[in-house]
Design a protein around this ligand. Structure first.
Ligand code: HEM
Length: 143
């Protein structure tokens, strides 16, 4: 792997870790009540969402440079290169969930003090994120 590919690879993995780590911490915080959840969201919510956005940019750059795959190959689902399109669709779902959690659901937590719905959506996003990470590992392992 060339230096550029290696840098992109590590940037992608670090950004994914920030996003996944945030989801894990915010879910754990929700069990300690509204104030802890809000404090975690205030300190890391924006950073995590920004990492999710950058994750897609770095991912698309890797798909076109390291893998030299064309958009028609990205969306040949079920094939090796099709994992890229599968990751993109998962990412779109995550971006929608992340935006919803940070802008809509967090206001409901502030107003009502109820954290159950926020926790359930964050848990769903965490599982989907682990799925995207697994697809990424399959790509880099060549399976
Ligand atoms: C637009 C969305 C995405 C695209 C185009 C994309 C693309 C890629 C590509 C091409 C690789 C292979 C990297 C390599 O061989 O060095 C990869 C790996 C990886 N991706 Fe993504 N990705 C996207 C979203 C995500 C998301 C949402 C996550 C997790 C939250 C994620 C986590 C990972 C991880 C952990 C790896 C590395 C796995 C390993 O080396 O074992 N990616 N991704």
């Amino acid at each position: 792997m060339g230096a550029e590919d290696l840098a992109l690879h590590y940037a992608h993995v670090i950004l994914a870790s920030i996003w996944i780590g945030y989801l894990a911490v915010v879910i754990a915080a929700s069990f300690r009540g509204k104030e802890t959840l809000l404090a975690v969201n205030r300190s890391a919510g924006l950073l995590a969402f920004g990492s999710l956005i950058l994750l897609a940019i770095v991912g698309v750059v890797m798909a076109s440079t390291k893998y030299s795959a064309s958009p028609s190959e990205w969306f040949a689902f079920g094939t090796y290169m099709g994992r890229i399109g599968e990751k993109m669709i998962t990412w779109l779902i995550l971006a929608a969930l992340g935006g919803y959690l940070n802008h809509v659901e967090i206001k409901k937590v502030e107003e009502t003090g109820k954290v159950g719905r926020f926790r359930a959506i964050a848990a769903f996003a965490l599982i989907a994120s682990l799925g995207a990470a697994l697809l990424g590992s399959m790509l880099s392992l060549g399976v």
